[in-house]
Write a protein that binds this ligand. Structure first.
Ligand SMILES: Cc1ncc(COP(=O)(O)O)c(C=O)c1O
Length: 308
């Protein structure tokens, strides 16, 4: 089944201890429940010939800490503690491969908007997971969302905060309701931004294009990995604003994300992209990506952290 689904018997790391799934609870008056005050991550652990390995562990830990810095959330743990917690969740649950969800949030300490006095909690959960987007292997059908991504200086896009995902939910529910797998949102200026939980790339005349950091995107760790791999394979990568209509006339379009990995897009607003099937550059980058994360190719950028 596509999506992120827990079995319900996984052990969860909660403020420094691994506890049973059913005991990992928060109070209904926790600040996070009322005001969305959380910063979270999504990372993957892959099965390799040398055992399970977490992909870009340090970058995920760094990003959650950066998000907390933006939101002035004090964390009673270090980046290394969160990395170790992610490793422990994989090891203690006996996962070979997994999706990992660290989250740092404000608990109960008064119900005013001012979070001062609310304790910070740190949780890492994990579950086994397949494709995030249904039909990812053959390419997905998507729409351009009627919802716009947040404007600069409203919700900071570089912080992966729970509150940002209210906007993502609107994009996702609209797309599913219209029979699509995902939506592509534009930014407040009408340029292409990202999916509800993915960055986006276009291929045009052999070059790779992706929206820049300033276009209200989450600066994806998979995005960075794909840019690195593309350059390493001699492809030119251009980060610039992308007009909506460029989506329809691109040779190839694909999503990237920790959950979505590399997912080809075959139609947008029912207009066929390229030949209507995963294109050669998408397939090449996807293959290079999977060769590294599944331990078949040299991990020359040290992206994998082995559990054992
Ligand atoms: C809104 C949004 N954009 C982009 C991404 C891709 O980021 P990453 O590759 O770091 O998972 C995600 C996934 O977390 C996301 O939620």
């Amino acid at each position: 089944m596509a999506g992120i689904n827990f079995r319900g018997d996984e052990k969860i790391w909660f403020d420094g201890k691994l506890i049973p799934f059913d005991e990992a609870k928060v109070h209904v008056l926790a600040h996070v429940i009322h005001y969305g005050s959380s910063i979270f991550e999504g990372a993957r652990c892959y099965s390799t010939p040398k055992g399970p390995a977490i992909f870009r562990l340090e970058q995920h830990s760094k990003r959650i800490f950066n998000g907390c810095k933006i939101y002035r959330i004090d964390i009673p743990f270090t980046e290394k503690d969160v990395e170790q917690a992610m490793i422990d969740v994989v090891r203690e649950n006996g996962f070979q491969s997994a999706y990992l969800r660290p989250i740092i949030f404000r608990g109960y300490g008064g119900l005013g908007v001012n979070p001062a006095g609310c304790p910070t909690h740190v949780v890492v959960a994990g579950c086994e997971m397949g494709d995030y987007l249904a039909g990812a292997a053959n390419g997905v059908n998507v729409q351009v969302s009627t919802w716009t991504r947040m404007a600069p200086n409203t919700f900071p896009a570089m912080a992966k905060s729970g509150a940002n995902y209210m906007n993502s939910q609107l994009i996702k529910m609209e797309a599913l309701g219209n029979g699509f797998v995902e939506g592509i949102a534009l930014d407040v200026f009408g340029y292409v931004c990202e999916g509800s939980g993915e960055n986006i790339f276009l291929v045009h005349d052999g070059k790779l294009y992706t929206p820049p950091m300033g276009a209200s995107i989450l600066v994806g760790i998979t995005r960075d990995s794909i840019i690195t791999l593309a350059k390493d394979n001699g492809l030119e990568v251009i980060e610039r604003n992308i007009a909506r209509e460029e989506l329809y006339i691109a040779d190839e379009v694909f999503f990237t994300g920790s959950a979505a990995e590399v997912t080809p897009i075959v139609t947008i607003d029912r207009i066929q992209v390229g030949k209507g099937k995963p294109g050669p550059i998408t397939s090449l980058l996807k293959e290079k990506f999977f060769n590294i994360i599944e331990g078949r190719a040299d991990d020359k950028w040290a992206w994998l952290t082995y559990i054992h």
